[in-house]
Ligand binder design. Sequence first.
Ligand code: AMP
Length: 401
Amino acid sequence: MNLDLKNKKVLLRVDFNVPLNDKYQVTDDTRIQGALPTIKHILKEGGAAIIMSHLGRPQKKKKEDGSIDVEKFTLKHIVPFLSKQLKGVKVMFCPVTVGKEAKEMVKALKSGQVLVLENTRFNPGEEKGDKELAKKMAKLGDVYVNDAFGTAHREHASTATVAQFFTPKKKSFGFLMDAEIANATKVLNNPDRPLTAIVGGAKVSDKILLLEKLIDFADNVIVGGGMAYTFLKAQGGNVGNSLVEDDRLKLANKLLAKAKKKKVNIYLPKDSMAADDFSAKAKKAVKYSKRIPKGWMGLDIGEKAQKEFTDVILKSKTILWNGPMGVFEMKPFAKGTKTIAKAVAKATKKGAFSLVGGGDSVAAVNQMGLDDQVSYVSTGGGAMLEFLEGKELPGIKAMKG
Ligand code: AMP
């Protein structure tokens, strides 16, 4: 971070969009932990941090009378947790993002102190990238630091538009943003080979662009999770009631043909842990993935698939993982995802570079306590996906102007 921070009021966009329980306590602090080094650096260098973030989707989930559900979405919920992490630092909360009260609180803010502004998405202009709102935000800080990788794929007022109001010498990425970009770039540019991508999760349609891109640069693509059944059906398999996107069967075949032409190995699960209902209590049995009985569905990869996928992973030098191998939220269908997480950790120990990016696979790795046994765990779901698809993210592009 090449900025003079001494006695500066630093407008800092972070991604504190973290899950909360019904008592509004933070249940997964990965993103907050990710931003702490930047916050601490600003304070250590003699600056004051004015923190902006969104939390949830307050504009989409309004109360019955059409007003914002402040109680549910206020960023105030994060303040006690942040205070605890920043022991000895005064952390204050401002009940608006911009406006008179924000200006006054910023004016009174001293070096070494932190002010958390209210949820940026309470302002209708935020998600529209509104220039007037961004201008008001910009006026609060002497310099702007963007450390919100998780929101970098959004062209919003606080993530992109605001950067226009700072000259190149007065804006910078934070440490988390730098690390995310560096690690994703490591996979994209000259990776050690073989490069294996593991893609899972629910739908093919969410990850078409990623799959297409992977076929351009990976050596092996392992497909697990619900999305595998669209491929298996496209190949003529009987997949019973498994999750299938019938309108993507042609596309699945196209992707398989493209992979064959490019000599990219695509691995689909040979067998599945199938069930007669989408429930942890359902009747379960291991079945060949292309011979799942009528009324049954594949909810996890089977033992043969786990073994085959593990062998491929252990031979890899670069590994990218996005999406779980099964319905890992239900214990009987978590084994495939767990086995793959262990294999990625083992390959990393042997010297491979591994990047885990994207919501649910990150949750799986965290739950298993393997987060420090892979090379990098991304804080960005959609943002990481779009970065890997080769798009220039608005939050990154805006800093260049
Ligand atoms: P995504 O957000 O696309 O990464 O998808 C994650 C979701 O996919 C998780 O909630 C999983 O429960 C779900 N999932 C994984 N495997 C399957 C499967 N075989 N059938 C249905 N859903 C699945």
